[in-house]
Structure formats: structure tokens, C-alpha cells
Design a protein around this ligand. Structure first.
Ligand code: MIC
Ligand code: SF4
Length: 644
């Protein structure tokens, strides 16, 4: 039987397991990336493993999230990451060098290689045919130490593209269309391969926009073939030697095939507060807009920015609109400057921000009260922008410009003709923003710098035979890790300080949760479908663990988060009968009995001591996961194995 692109890469990297969908596989990881908001924790975890030098082909530490330095915290964390990277053989991409996914695509990604990153948008690398996964920091630490990455073998979905995008309809609209079709949980358990003749009409940055936003489908990852277009991109990056051709076999079998005719698409928009809440831009015509943000790892390539500059050229934005533009990398920014496009952007009245995540993660540029913000980003979860009552809409750069110029949501096709954008044969190559690690000999003398913001890793608890605790919080469907552990300018600086972070846990849902959880000592959280979607931040598991959460019972879980819960020693269980979700109430006293036998049989019994009712909960742990839970998480499990 023929193979898909992902199956071929998996086969070539398989350490253990068999490739039947749903069964656990372990993969050899060629490259890792971290960003600063998850990186501090990942390197603290890496250090506990006592390994001198990373064992990957390439590991890069990016600073792109916590770039606002309003106190010592972020600056201290940056110095910590810089020194730890230098000591252990990791390249360090300095603040200002760009957003991890954009820079990695430009300078380091290699078709056919595996990459894991402590950021959920790591699948951006699939735009050049990498098999790239978002993962929790602990999994990245283990991979840096040469350990395998464990996932359950995904199903294979194919999106078959035909036709060609019409002017002002973009790769972002393709992403929104697939979200409209599949929803934020439609990709769970699957790798999405983009194929068909329409692929040949899409450039690498367009493909990367699509694989980037595949994360919002809950997909394990997304991937494009590596073809002549990929080759031309790598050539322009001075890295043609990294190219290899990758395609699926003609008789490859897919679990689902979705057809999209690119020529039928229209400009689309995702409405608050979910990326799959998609309608046509024309349907929202006339909605007043207060703020427009262009950038993020989804839409900050040179091609995106050149289009934006060409559309803004000679025009001025509406006085009622505030427009920010964050180019994705130093390469993009310097080429915009060289070509004069930066002047076109500045003359329009836009504010040019640093090459970083910025407003996407609430690091500045929060909207005004009850404001309407149009963003070219990938997530519009409630409160993520930093303004609780703002309405964030996700759009293409073209639609964003149309709103900035008119002050309202406007179909970009009304802007006239789309200017022709020529992509350069070669990009400006300047890796001065990437610091090389010390040689193994020099590394011995490198001192790791730890500021007072870095607090010790919290202790986890082994999962024993019985958990009896209060149901301290019951939440609904599609709870994101932004709900569980919010980010933003005020909180992000404390990513290496779990006790401080804990004050904000579940703040979006219930501000009283941290106090109540602490008072309860131990607790159980109940969630609906797709619990833990969104960011890969392991803090959404570590902080609840610190607050005494011992188990999370949900209708279903998102992939990275469930792995993070197990890594943190929190027991994730699902309702066998989803209707039982309605039968338990916040405040009930719950008991989980004979847990170890239940983990073996696949059914754990839940007794609601308040109502006297019992329910069957499902679990499907591998032997390794059971051992991790019984040890109290991945670090405790690794330490125990090292002692043996
Ligand atoms: C995000 O887009 O939500 C983030 C911030 O990049 C996260 C990582 C984090 O929370 O630090 C992600 O996507 O994993
Ligand atoms: Fe940064 Fe936003 Fe991309 Fe996350 S989604 S990596 S915050 S730009």
C-alpha cells in the first residue's frame, strides 16, 4: 500500500511502536525549538536531566514572546536562556531576530526532518515538508537530551486543492475555510496533508500560513509536499542543499479527503471568540473597526508585508483606526526597508512594532474597551488580546488593510487592483541575530545565569490508588489553555515562577479558583469537549498541579494538553457516557477508586459522594503513561529510571 508524506517521515524516524492509527509511536527528533515563554521552564527541565550537550542535529532557543521588559523578570529569563543555550549546544536567536516559526522556516527548517517545538504553531515547518509538532516543554527537554517523542499514530487526512486563488483571496482564507469545514476539533488525532494540483499555485509563505493555522483544527500537524517551489524558496534562503523532494504515493490511503476549489473561495473572517466561527467578510460589511494588527507567525512573511505595503502605498489609514504592523523576522524587516516598502507602511500612519509575537499574545497593543480588533493572527480566544470585552476578528492581511483604510470591515476586493508582487530570487541573509553555542571545551566554563524570577520547579504527586477531592471547577466545551493559564503582558513575565502564576489560573472562567483550590488542598476539575485546546504551554498543567488538581475529567481532550497533564502527573479521564457530565456539579465531593486497576482495565469508577451516584470514566494509557502517572509525571519518572 502506498504511503502519505507523513507516513514516510514517520517510518524513517520510528524508534518504537507500530504505525496503526491510535497506537503509541516513538519518534526520533532531528530538531527542536523553544521560545522564551515556554523555554525557561523547558531548559530548567533539561538541566534536571544532567545532560551536557543537546543530542539533536539542531536546537534553537528563540526569544520572541516576552519582549516587553517592564521589570527585571523577562530580562533575567532571557539571560538565563542565553547562558543555558551557550552551555548546552543550543543556538540562541536574540530578541528582535524574529518570531520562532518564521525564522525557523527561513533559516533552519529542512524537508523530511522531524521538529518539535515548545509552541503549538511549530507545524508551520510543514510548509516546507517538515514533520513538525507542537509539544510541552518537558517533551522538548527530553528530545534535546536525545529521547524520543511519543505520540499516538495519527490518522491521515488529505485536503485536495484545485484551481487558483482569485485576487484578494489568500492562504489565510484557505485556513479559515478549512476551519469552517472541520471546526476547532475536526483535526484531532489527524495529520493533514495538503495536496492536489492547486498546491503548485501556492508559495512557501502561503503554505506556511496554512500549516500554521492547522493547529487551530486540533490537528497533530499539517504538511505540504516538498517540490520545486520549496526548492526555489530554500535556494533564495541560500540553503538549496537542504532540499529534497517529498510527495505521497499515488495509492496512499487517507481516512478523509476534503476537496477545496481555490477559485471559489472568498475573503473570510473568524468572529469572536473562536477561529472556527467563520463567515464571509462581505456579511460583516460596515462593522466599525477600532484597531487592526498585521503580523504574527501566521501572516508576517516578506510576501505578506510587501502586499500590505503595496496596498497602503499613497493612502492614509482612518483616524479612528490604530494599525500595527509586526514583520515576522529581521530578514523581512530589513528587506522591507531595502525596497522602500517600509516607508510606504510608515507613511500610511501605521505603527511598526518589533519583529515579535507582540499583540498576538497580549504583549502590548491591547484594544480599547469593547473595541473591535481585526487581526491577521491565528487565535481570537476570549481575553487573549488583553482586553476582556474586546471582539477580535481573524482576517487576511488584505482584509486587514481594507479595514484600516476604511474604518470598517470591508471586502478587500473593493480596494481596486491587487498590485503585482515579485518575490526576490534571494533573500537578505544575515544571521547576526543568531548566537552560536560554546564549543564543548569552552562550555565547561560557561556559567548559567539565574535571576530571582526563576523559582524552583514545583513538586508533583504520584497517582495512587484513590483520589478523593472536591470538584472545584466545572467548565464547558473548548476550554483553551488561555482560559486555564492566561498569558498577556502582566502575567507572561512569570512563566518561570509557578507560585506567582498560580494566582491567575482559570482567571478567565472564575477568578476565585486559585483561592478555592488552595483551600481545598486537592481538587478535581471537570471540562467538556476538546478541553485544553490551543497553546502548548505546559503551565496549563504545571500550575493546576501546583494548586493541587489531581485529576481532570472531560468529555474529550486536546492532544498536547493531555500529554502535558500526564507529564505533570495529573490524571486525565473522560466520561464514558458524555451525558454524565451534566450529572456532576461544582462543589461535589468526588472519589476515584482502585485507580491502578482502572488504568489497566480502561475504566475508572467515579463516585459522587455528594449525590451517591457512580459513573464510568474511560482511559487508554500506554504502559509508559501509566508508569509516568504512578511516578508523579515525566520528570519523576525519568529520575526514577535513571536511578535504576
Ligand atoms: C500561543 O500562541 O498561544 C503561544 C503563546 O505561542 C503558545 C505558547 C505559550 O503559551 O507560551 C503556543 O501556541 O503554544
Ligand atoms: Fe507568537 Fe502568536 Fe505565533 Fe503564538 S501564535 S507563536 S504568540 S505569533
Amino acid at each position: 500500500m502506498g504511503m502519505t508524506i507523513a507516513q514516510k517521515i514517520i517510518r524513517d524516524h520510528l524508534v518504537s511502536g507500530d504505525m496503526t492509527p491510535g497506537s503509541e509511536i516513538a519518534l526520533r527528533i532531528d530538531q527542536t525549538l523553544t521560545q522564551d515563554a515556554t523555554g525557561t521552564m523547558a531548559y530548567l527541565e533539561f538541566e534536571t536531566m544532567g545532560i551536557e550537550r543537546v543530542r539533536t542535529e539542531l536546537s534553537v532557543a528563540y526569544i520572541d514572546h516576552n519582549t516587553l521588559q517592564c521589570g527585571f523578570e523577562n530580562a533575567d529569563d532571557h539571560r538565563y536562556i542565553q547562558s543555558v543555550a551557550k552551555k548546552h549546544g543550543i543556538r540562541f536567536s536574540r530578541p528582535g531576530n524574529g518570531i520562532c516559526h518564521q525564522v525557523h522556516l527561513e533559516r533552519f527548517g529542512v524537508p523530511g526532518k522531524t521538529l518539535i517545538g515548545s509552541d503549538s504553531h511549530t507545524p508551520t515547518g510543514g510548509g516546507i515538508g517538515m514533520l513538525a509538532f507542537g509539544a510541552g516543554g518537558m517533551d522538548v527537554a527530553v528530545a534535546m537530551g536525545g529521547g524520543a517523542y511519543y505520540i499516538s499514530m495519527p490518522k491521515m487526512f488529505k485536503v485536495n486543492l484545485t484551481g487558483r486563488l482569485r485576487p484578494f483571496v489568500t492562504a489565510k482564507d484557505v485556513s479559515l475555510e478549512i476551519l469552517r469545514i472541520l471546526s476547532v476539533k475536526g483535526g484531532v488525532g489527524a495529520i493533514i496533508e495538503w495536496g492536489g494540483e492547486g498546491v503548485r499555485t501556492l508559495s512557501v509563505p502561503e503554505r506556511a500560513t496554512i500549516t500554521n493555522m492547522g493547529t487551530e483544527l486540533g490537528a497533530t500537524t499539517s504538511i505540504f509536499p516538498s517540490d520545486e517551489i520549496t526548492r526555489a524558496f530554500l535556494r533564495a534562503e541560500g540553503r538549496e542543499d537542504a532540499w529534497r523532494e517529498l510527495s505521497s504515493d499515488p495509492d496512499a490511503v487517507y481516512d478523509k479527503v476534503i476537496d477545496i476549489d481555490l477559485s471559489t473561495l472568498e475573503p473570510l473572517v473568524a468572529c469572536p471568540h473562536s477561529p472556527d466561527n467563520v463567515v464571509k467578510v462581505s456579511e460583516l460589511k460596515g462593522t466599525k473597526v477600532d484597531q487592526v494588527c498585521i503580523g504574527s507567525c501566521t501572516n508576517s512573511s516578506l510576501m505578506d508585508m510587501l502586499k500590505v505595503a503595496a496596498l497602503l502605498k499613497g493612502r492614509t489609514i482612518k483616524p479612528s483606526v490604530s494599525l500595527s504592523i509586526s514583520p515576522g523576522s529581521r530578514q523581512v524587516l530589513s528587506m522591507l526597508a531595502e525596497r522602500g516598502a517600509l516607508t510606504d507602511i510608515l507613511s500610511s500612519g501605521a505603527r511598526v512594532l518589533e519583529c515579535a509575537c507582540g499583540p498576538c499574545i497580549g504583549m502590548g497593543f491591547s484594544p480599547n474597551s469593547a473595541g473591535v480588533s481585526l487581526r491577521t493572527f491565528n487565535r481570537n480566544f476570549l481575553g487573549r488580546s488583553g482586553t476582556a470585552d474586546a471582539g477580535v476578528y481573524l482576517v487576511s492581511p488584505e482584509t486587514a488593510v481594507a479595514a484600516a483604510l476604511t474604518g470598517e470591515i470591508t471586502d478587500p476586493r473593493l480596494l481596486g487592483d491587487m498590485p503585482e508582487i515579485e518575490m526576490p530570487d534571494s533573500f537578505r541573509l544575515d544571521d547576526s541575530g543568531v548566537l552560536m553555542p560554546a564549543s564543548p571545551e569552552e562550555a565547561k566554563a560557561v556559567e548559567v545565569v539565574r535571576g530571582p524570577n526563576i523559582k524552583p520547579f514545583p513538586d508533583s504527586r504520584p497517582v495512587g490508588e484513590r483520589i478523593e477531592a472536591e470538584l472545584t471547577l466545572k467548565v464547558g466545551d473548548n476550554i483553551t489553555t488561555d482560559h486555564i493559564m492566561p498569558a498577556g503582558a502582566k502575567i507572561l513575565p512569570y512563566r518561570s515562577n509557578i507560585p506567582h502564576l498560580s494566582q491567575y489560573c482559570f482567571g478567565v472562567c472564575d477568578e476565585t479558583f486559585p483561592q478555592r483550590a488552595k483551600a481545598a488542598g486537592e481538587s478535581i476539575v471537570v471540562g467538556g469537549d476538546n478541553y485544553g485546546q490551543g497553546s502548548s504551554r505546559e503551565h496549563a498543567a504545571l500550575v493546576p498541579m501546583y494548586l493541587g488538581v489531581r485529576a481532570v475529567i472531560a468529555k474529550s481532550f486536546a492532544r498536547i494538553h493531555v500529554a502535558n497533564l500526564i507529564n505533570a502527573g495529573i490524571l486525565p479521564l473522560t466520561f464514558k457516557n458524555p451525558a454524565d457530565y451534566d450529572a456532576v456539579s461544582q462543589g461535589d465531593r468526588l472519589a476515584l477508586r482502585d485507580i491502578h486497576a482502572g488504568m489497566d482495565s480502561g475504566t475508572v469508577t467515579l463516585e459522587d459522594l455528594t449525590t451517591g451516584r457512580t459513573f464510568a470514566l474511560a482511559c487508554d494509557f500506554t504502559e509508559r503513561q501509566k508508569a509516568m502517572l504512578k511516578a508523579g509525571g515525566l520528570l519523576a519518572y525519568t529520575a526514577r529510571n535513571n536511578e535504576k
